[in-house]
Design a binder for this molecule. Sequence first.
Ligand SMILES: [Zn+2]
Length: 128
Amino acid sequence: MNEDKAIFAPVDPAKAGLRGRCPRCGEGKLFSGYLTTAPRCSHCGLDYTFIDSGDGPAVFVILIIGFVVCALALWMEVSLNPPLWVHFLLWIPLIFILSLPLLRMLKGLMIGLQYKNRAAEGRLERND
Ligand SMILES: [Zn+2]
């Protein structure tokens, strides 16, 4: 990540990230598509090429939504014992309904935390 020399008031990475806002100014849009990040902030001009959230948001979504949906499905199976088609009819749409917004929010959060903590790929530096 390039050294950030611009001076802005500190932005809470959780607030900005969950709202899909720029991690530096908290105003510009972070995403140009649903999950596609914009090339730069429209408000402060921060270059977003440092962004590398990788598979992190998807892993958290799988773990969180998987726990919630499995717990609900198990509870329903044990207490109501519905036919199998009821499970498919309920849980598959619920997975999509819960996962898609959470994926965007967690991607924004991870980008905000990456910016705040200056997280980047490891490099070996030489002191010559
Ligand atoms: Zn910005």
